[in-house]
Design a protein around this ligand. Structure first.
Ligand SMILES: [Fe+2]
Length: 219
């Protein structure tokens, strides 16, 4: 398959579809998890499956940012202390999320004697994770992403889009249907039309049906 470029400006596409849309999906899934925990359904199998998928999406997103995006931004701002500090804070944000994710895991796995207690633990753990993630996402959206947008060349955004595409095809086929899950029709079509046509087709024929079958978060 040839190197097809995205239909609209790569910078805006990569920025919005890959980064912002994923942030939106993190928030949506954490709201779903909070609702499930509040209803005492944190142990339901589709809720667990939703959480497993969310963790995987967070991991992949951070991998793309920490392993690909931020090092390039860092190179571009070399020597500028204030900008470098922004990037360092993001790294420590990511490190801070890990134990909070582990705490949700532990609370979900806790089906022991004190069920009411376990439910309470899960609610508290989800709340803490949501707050920390929200702080982190705002931080990124307010400072790091605009910085990336201003210092990276168009070609680098094309490369980021290609990198993400490769990951979608190889190991993360559920990224696209996960992002568009439950979003409004306008945003949905904006997101999907920004994808190269072969990916859009792949999503329609394979990824989305597969994603829907999993019924993530249904209780
Ligand atoms: Fe991000």
């Amino acid at each position: 398959m040839g190197m097809e470029t995205f239909a609209v400006q790569p910078r805006d596409t990569a920025w919005h579809t890959l980064l912002y849309a994923a942030h939106h999906a993190f928030r949506r899934d954490l709201d779903r998890l909070a609702a499930a925990a509040a209803a005492g359904k944190g142990q339901a199998s589709h809720v667990r499956a939703g959480w497993e998928n969310l963790k995987e999406q967070i991991r992949l997103h951070q991998e793309l940012e920490d392993g690909w995006l931020w090092p390039r931004v860092e190179r571009a701002v070399r020597g500028h202390r204030a900008e470098r500090a922004v990037l360092e804070e993001l790294r420590s944000d990511h490190a801070r999320l890990a134990p909070l994710i582990a705490r949700v895991d532990a609370a979900m796995g806790d089906t022991g004697a004190g069920d009411a207690g376990a439910g309470g633990d899960l609610r508290a753990a989800v709340r803490e994770l949501s707050e920390a993630l929200e702080r982190h996402l705002r931080h990124e959206e307010a400072s790091a992403l605009p910085l990336a947008r201003s210092v990276l060349a168009e070609a680098e955004w094309v490369a980021l889009a290609a990198e993400a595409r490769g990951r979608c095809e190889a190991g993360t086929p559920l990224f696209v249907p996960w992002v568009v899950d439950g979003i409004g029709p306008v945003e949905r079509s904006r997101f999907l039309t920004a994808l190269p046509k072969p990916l859009r087709e792949l999503n329609r024929v394979t990824w989305e049906p597969r994603y829907r079958k999993r019924r993530l978060w249904s209780i």
